[in-house]
Design a protein around this ligand. Structure first.
Ligand code: RP5
Length: 181
């Protein structure tokens, strides 16, 4: 029951002047087995109404697809790429090497090293080729970074972020009251 079969099938998209659907964020992962983690990024993007596309793009198993994805991303209208992978997690860094778009990397934890291998493979980029790396399994925060980038030039998104931050504070206050009750 794969929740994504192609970028267009799963795109939550806006519409351009030609009435075509234009995702703003690309969420890619090295394997469909990463979906349990990466779905958090898609969920928060949907919560904010940000058009996104989802695909499996492997640095090792589909290297040409990865290069094509990265080199075409900007011209296809994407503004941010979120890339998650586990183990020898080269996908975010290799995408960052072939695009001028910001790339947010999500270390996906696998069974053996608790995601430390994924984290180190993504975060230790050479100077000049940055990947904005979130915590192990931190796909929700990756989505929020993409939203914040988009909100620098979108007031309706900025207002939603303001509301979101107020709701986070309210949740903490509610829990604090619950503890004291
Ligand atoms: C990585 O290899 C993927 O991102 C995934 O985390 C890991 C294992 O992939 P599968 O063997 O589960 O397809 O490239």
């Amino acid at each position: 029951d794969t929740p994504f079969t192609s970028p267009t099938d799963d795109a939550v998209a806006s519409v351009d002047s030609s009435n075509r659907q234009v995702p703003l964020v690309g969420v890619v992962m090295g394997s469909d087995s990463d979906w349990n983690v990466m779905s958090d990024a898609v969920q928060i993007l949907r919560d904010f109404g940000v058009p996104c596309e989802v695909d499996v793009v492997s640095a090792h198993r589909t290297p040409q697809k990865m290069i094509d994805y990265g080199t075409s991303a900007r011209e296809r209208g994407l503004k941010v790429i979120i890339a998650g992978a586990g183990g020898a997690a080269h996908l975010p860094g290799m995408l960052a090497a072939v695009t001028t778009l910001p790339v947010v990397g999500v270390p996906v934890p696998l069974g053996r090293l608790d995601g430390l291998d994924s984290l180190l493979s993504i975060v230790q980029m050479p100077a000049g080729v940055p990947v904005a790396t979130v915590s192990i399994g931190g796909a929700r925060n990756a989505g929020l970074i993409a939203i914040k980038v988009l909100a620098t030039s979108d007031d309706s998104l900025r207002i939603k972020l303001d509301d979101y931050m107020v709701s986070l504070a309210a949740q903490v206050e509610q829990k604090s009251r619950d503890l004291q009750a």
